[in-house]
Design a protein around this ligand. Structure first.
Ligand code: 3H9
Length: 693
């Protein structure tokens, strides 16, 4: 065994050399790893007895890609492209031996090898698109030469990880070897290559899979059209498509140069900076400064849910999906039956789309116990309340749960805005009470706000976070305040959207500006979708807001065919002249002289107060870090990932810019716009939310 450098070793078995990389946690392509690879290949080639080389990784995975933290820093060591060139040009067959995940630059290393073998549990993919990048080490040029243009476009623009068996079918790996026997399997494969005198298979020389697209250039136009909605706003997918076009139309080296130039553009883009930030933010949320990793967790094998409405049913599905038994309680048989039927229908729809078998559906439904008796929750480890948003109702329920639930059970409320401390105080065990704020539809939306009360115990927090991860959510731990993080900031945007409409904009102006910014939907279209009458009653209606006026006219949103917009039978929206007239009347009644409101003002008025509110949330310690707030907004409210979340957006504008605009609005429009202390402080110091405190 020879040590090549601090992260690579070379050893020789007979006439085959094995180069082992060992750079935890994921063997990312750091300067040391690249140097080690290039030197190792050279050293193996210089040994006259060596006739083949296996590249393998220690630890839990093959190379998981470029070192994401190193982008934008001065380059060091052998470049990735030089490293790959040295592998491909080696005098003997080089075989990549893959376990774990060969991703991005890691899979590109494997593609530069002459052969690839993998264990069945391995996965390969080019996920750069998720970082606002494209595969910049030949992935866009080599992959289409193996899997064809249509497959390559799909794989690279989705960034999906592909299981080893599917990789074998597509030709992305050449052979599977037994699980746990990667080294031996790769060595046996190498011996076979030598025995059969197989050629050095260089992917760059393949052409047959490209020919079809050369005579059918419309493939690209069709792909763009089919994915226009999915790619809207993102820069990387279009660059990827152009690179794959280049693979088809240019000689390999020119295609590589083209890929390089587009890759460098993306690395320097604000979108990629934002998406790389989000990558680390998604991992930071799990790190809780005062709840260390070794905090004991409580059992969570049996789940109880109170309320079989849309929320309760959706929440139940999360646990059924991972095989946990769920007892679901309602007060009336018809409501219970309806809830259970909805869960079954949701699963059956998934089965119709081929993503579950009917046996899976039956297995999941068999785990569900519907009941009208709260007492049935006596053996639940975790009880989640998903009943009507009413403090008195919730307190009564928690007082009862206190007498029913077993000692140590976690008692969670799914409230989206009520005081978790007050709910906890209705029990004799506030340390067991926590908020688990799921977003609707709860079986689909990735975000979970985990709301810690003043007395919530650390094991209860640790258990909730762990369970969140298990059901595939991304969780942010937040503190108790009205609306928590997400809805508290949303209230700022909603208030301004309403106000702007009275001052001079129309709902469709506000929606257009926010959709152009990157949200999937504007606030008024969103309200129409959710239903304007949520929480509205005719008796309490005062006719003083647009929402009340519309509800009084039975314009309650999409479901009634009219809300802020008019809807046709297919629910296509058009701006409503009726609403326009009502807005003008309301403004007159309120003594507001309408004026032209610019798109820039709409954006600033809707977004900057959110950034300011986020700063208050941080100041009050209701979120652990700015990036947790960004995670909430990206995963719960459709904030475009390529803008990194509201706090990152504030940082990228410059907090001085946000603060100055808030001051200007404050002077003109009043106290809602007073810059927070933290915003003032960071702006004065020229610092950012994301800088360490
Ligand atoms: C690229 O390759 C560009 C090339 O085309 C062009 C080159 C010229 N870099 O996720 P985990 C850290 S772009 C740096 O919790 P898991 C991660 O932050 C790259 N750090 O584990 C975490 O650190 P900490 C394309 C990385 O088991 C720790 O490793 N590749 C990188 O759930 C564990 O990570 C990708 O986009 C990295 N590349 O999942 C793959 N990867 O403990 C990105 C991870 O301090 N990585 N870390 O929080 C992944 O998808 C997952 O990490 C992986 C493991 C599936 C590998």
């Amino acid at each position: 065994m020879t040590s090549i450098n601090s992260v690579t070793e070379l050893d020789v078995e007979g006439d085959i050399a094995v180069l082992t990389l060992n750079s935890p946690p994921v063997n990312a392509l750091s300067a040391d790893v690249r140097d080690g690879l290039a030197l190792g290949v050279a050293q193996a080639a210089a040994n006259p007895t060596v006739r083949a080389l296996v590249i393998i990784c220690a630890g839990k995975t093959f190379i998981a890609g470029a070192d994401i933290a190193a982008f934008g820093k001065p380059p060091k060591g052998t470049s990735t492209l030089e490293t790959l060139r040295s592998i491909e040009a080696a005098r003997m067959p080089v075989i990549a031996a893959i376990h774990g995940t060969a991703l991005g630059g890691g899979f590109e290393v494997a593609l530069a090898c002459h052969y690839r073998v993998a264990v069945p549990s391995a996965k390969c993919g080019l996920p750069e698109v998720k970082l606002g990048l494209l595969p910049g080490a030949g992935g866009t040029q080599r992959l289409p030469r193996i899997v064809g243009v249509e497959n390559a476009l799909e794989i690279i623009t989705s960034g999906q990880q592909i299981g080893a068996r599917a990789c074998l079918e597509k030709g992305m790996v050449d052979a599977l070897v037994d699980e746990g026997q990667l080294r031996q399997g790769a060595l046996a494969f190498a011996r076979q290559v030598l025995a059969e005198n197989r050629p050095l298979k260089k992917v760059r020389d393949l052409d047959d899979k490209l020919v079809a697209a050369r005579s059918k250039p419309e493939v690209f136009a069709e792909f763009r059209k089919a994915n226009a909605k999915k790619f809207r706003g993102f820069e990387a997918p279009e660059s990827i498509i152009r690179c794959v076009e280049a693979a088809v139309n240019l000689p390999f080296d020119e295609g590589m140069a083209f890929e390089r130039s587009l890759f460098l553009e993306l690395v320097a883009s604000s979108q990629s900076a934002a998406q790389r930030y989000v990558f680390f933010a998604e991992r930071a949320v799990w790190k809780l400064p005062d709840v260390p990793d070794d905090t004991p967790v409580l059992p969570a094998a049996r789940v109880g849910i109170v309320g079989a409405g849309t929320m309760g049913g959706g929440i139940a599905m999360n646990f059924l999906n991972i095989g946990l038994p769920v007892t679901i309680v309602e007060t009336r048989q018809d409501a219970l039956d309806r809830g259970v039927a909805t869960i079954r229908r949701n699963y059956e729809n998934t089965a119709k789309r081929g993503r579950l078998t009917l046996t899976d559906v039956d297995q999941r439904m068999a785990l569900l116990t519907p009941t009208l008796s709260l007492d049935a929750l006596a053996d639940s480890d975790l009880v989640i309340e998903a009943v009507f948003e009413d403090m008195a109702v919730k307190k009564t329920l928690f007082a009862r749960l206190d007498t029913i639930a077993k000692p140590g059970a976690v008692l969670a409320t799914n409230t989206s805005r009520l005081d978790v401390n007050e709910i906890a105080a209705a029990t004799t065990r506030p340390e067991s009470v926590i908020g688990l704020h799921f977003f609707s539809p709860a079986n689909v939306m990735r975000l979970l706000e985990v709301v810690r009360g003043d007395k919530t115990s650390k094991p209860v927090i640790a258990t909730s976070m762990k369970l969140a991860r298990k059901i595939g959510k991304i969780a942010a731990l937040v503190g108790v305040c009205p609306g928590f993080v997400g809805n508290r900031m949303l209230a700022q945007r909603q208030r301004e959207a309403q106000q702007l409409v009275l001052e001079g904009a129309m709902p469709w102006d506000v929606d257009r500006v926010l959709v152009d910014f990157g949200f999937p939907m504007g606030p008024f279209a969103m309200s129409d979708l959710a239903g304007l009458d949520l929480g509205w009653t005719r008796e309490a209606s005062t006719g003083q807001t647009m929402r009340e006026i519309l509800c009084e006219l039975d314009r309650r949103g999409q479901k009634t065919g009219a809300g802020y917009y008019d809807y046709d039978a297919q629910r296509n929206a058009t701006p409503s002249p009726v609403v326009e007239k009502l807005i003008l009347e309301l403004a007159t009644r309120k003594g507001i002289t309408r004026r032209a409101v610019s798109d820039a003002e709409i954006l600033e008025r809707c977004i900057y107060p959110m950034v300011n509110e986020g700063a208050k949330i941080l100041e009050e310690g209701k979120a652990i870090r700015a990036s947790d707030i960004d995670i909430v907004w990206i995963n719960g409210y459709g904030w475009p990932a390529y803008r990194g979340g509201p706090m990152f957006y504030g940082d990228s504008l410059g907090l001085g810019v946000v603060r100055d605009k808030m001051r200007e609005f404050h002077a003109r429009l009043g106290d809602d716009f007073r810059p927070s202390n933290l915003l003032e402080k960071l702006a004065n110091e020229g610092r950012r939310f994301q800088d360490p405190a």
